[in-house]
Design a binder for this molecule. Structure first.
Ligand SMILES: O=C(O)CCC(=O)C(=O)O
Ligand SMILES: [Fe+2]
Length: 525
């Protein structure tokens, strides 16, 4: 999905080359056509003037010439100009830069994720809007394609919804109501018969999907157990999620089974609810305020103190507003855009050669920027000024810049390492005491960072940074720091992560100074 921004440039190259290929191919064929016409003409002359023609030396010459030299010339030229290489080039370009089948699967999954998370109905999209943003009405044919793709990926309930919309659309289009997007384009004109045949075909696929859904329902307990086994959390949480879902199943409250069930369980309902921003603003703790901090007159903060919004005291979560300028955000994007790689997650029980693995739960691309890059030098100084924590290696990890495209997300996870991970993965056996998450872009919709266990919701705001403590006083990981990056509905989300470690840090000094800030900071009106 995020490949799309680069792919658009290459797509233009490919379509230009394809145009040239077609023009050449048409002229190659035109020459063959001229020759074929000449043969027909000779044949006609022969039929019209049978005996005279055969005795006419000029005709005999023409006939013989046409089937010998002219034949050879025409076919040699036709075969020589065959453009096999040009076609191969175009196909290689496509292979190198354009989406492949696995991307189509990824797009289908991302699309399903958006529809489920943001509760967007099939008919809403089919009629051309998503959350009030115009996306263009789509045809019955396209609705059926979407249904088929969801079906293939076993998003069965979604497939059913889309088959229904496709059938309704065929009826509409057959009665002469074509989508607005079709007025100038090429869209199907349905005769009643064609419409009936199409509806029958769609209904046939639909009934296969109905059977699949029944089968998925029967497999419910097995899916649930498999999910619980793979769940990367404390035993207690697994059990509670399982029980909650089991009750919902018995009460007939579950709409999605199979892959959709697994996803909905895994992300837990509160995550998605928070993503929708549907959680009522809880009665806020009156001590949670907006303040400025200059961190005890730190030289970098005297003239421009950091604008700080406290979201939670325990775990400690704050937002620093306007901590990066637009040009700094662009610099980080420009430094990484050509090097982004698909993000990897780290398994909960890693082995020493586990570098990480591509996971469905983390759909984004990322690249690291070294500590000696001037912009990072500035950022690290700023982080240290604000938090008192050292932000260069080996007290912290190097800056990770990440990008999420449509449907891109990072499902609930902890930034701190579990015991087994600390031992295997970190050089100094140090854990991530704090996270500073910079937002390098705005997004039109979606993409918020959420803490589902404590109902904290941080919208993506260019130039701001979220900062939180991952460990408690005993340097143990805090469960309530479970957090997620919601799926991006519209736009492209850019972030930068600075993970600060316990190694060579005066943690107590940090704690003290954040408490002093709390006492001395002034409230912003
Ligand atoms: O994208 C987000 O909002 C969260 C990212 C995150 O949690 C991470 O990269 O560890
Ligand atoms: Fe995270």
């Amino acid at each position: 999905m995020d490949y799309i921004y680069n792919a658009i440039k290459d797509a233009n190259q490919i379509s230009l080359r394809l145009d040239v290929y077609i023009v050449n191919e048409e002229s190659r064929l035109a020459e063959l056509k001229d020759y074929a016409e000449r043969l027909t003409q000779l044949q006609d002359e022969f039929v019209d003037n049978k005996d005279g023609w055969a005795g006419n030396p000029v005709s005999v010459y023409q006939f013989t010439k046409a089937y010998t030299d002219e034949w050879d010339e025409t076919f040699t030229a036709y075969q020589e100009n065959n453009q096999t290489e040009a076609l191969e080039d175009i196909q290689n370009l496509k292979k190198a830069y354009m989406p492949g089948t696995e991307d189509m699967d990824g797009v289908t999954d991302g699309f399903a994720r958006l529809l489920n998370t943001y509760k967007i109905s099939a008919s809403e999209i089919a009629n051309g809007t998503v959350k009030g943003i115009y996306t263009g009405e789509i045809t019955a044919f396209e609705c059926n394609n979407i249904a088929q793709d969801f079906h293939k990926r076993e998003f069965t309930q979604l497939a059913l919804d889309w088959y229904d919309v496709a059938i309704a659309k065929v009826r509409k289009e057959a009665s002469g109501i074509v989508p607005t997007s079709c007025h100038n384009g090429t869209c199907p004109v349905w005769s009643e018969n064609v419409a009936e045949v199409s509806i029958k075909n769609i209904e046939a696929s639909r009934s296969i999907a109905v059977e699949l859904l029944e089968k998925q329902k029967r497999n419910f307990t097995i899916d649930l157990q498999a999910l619980a086994d793979g769940y990367n959390q404390e035993e207690e949480l697994q059990e509670s999620i399982k029980e909650e879902i089991m009750d919902m199943h018995h009460d007939g409250q579950i709409k999605y089974y199979g892959r959709e069930l697994v996803r909905n369980l895994h992300t837990k309902q509160s995550y998605e609810q928070l993503c929708r921003g549907a959680v009522e603003d809880k009665l806020k703790d009156p001590s949670l305020v907006c303040t400025y901090t200059n961190n005890d007159n730190h030289p970098l903060l005297v003239i421009q103190p950091a604008k700080m919004e406290i979201l939670s005291w325990s775990p400690y979560i704050v937002i620093y507003h306007d901590i990066l300028s637009d040009s700094e955000a662009s610099t980080l994007q420009n430094l990484t855009i050509d090097h982004l790689e698909r993000a990897q997650g780290i398994p909960s029980k890693p082995t020493s050669d586990d570098e990480g693995m591509v996971m469905d739960s983390r759909i984004s691309r990322y690249h690291y920027v070294e500590d000696d890059e001037p912009i990072v030098v500035r950022m690290n100084k700023r982080i240290e000024a604000i938090t008192t924590l050292k932000s260069v290696t080996p007290s912290a990890e190097i800056l990770q810049v990440g990008n999420y495209g449509m449907g891109g997300q990072y499902e609930p996870h902890f930034d701190w390492f579990g015991k087994e991970q600390v031992d295997v993965l970190t050089e100094y056996k140090a854990n991530r005491i704090a996270t500073m998450l910079f937002y390098l872009s705005d997004v039109q919709a979606g993409g918020a960072t959420v803490f589902p266990l404590i109902d904290v919701h941080i919208p993506v705001k260019k130039g701001a940074a979220a900062f939180w403590l991952n460990l408690d006083d005993e340097l143990e990981g805090v469960q309530n720091t479970l957090h997620a990056g919601c799926p991006v509905l519209f736009g492209s989300k850019w972030i930068a992560n600075k993970w600060i470690h316990t190694y060579n840090q005066n943690v107590q000094c940090f704690k003290q100074s954040s408490n002093e800030n709390n006492n001395t900071s002034k409230t912003v009106e």
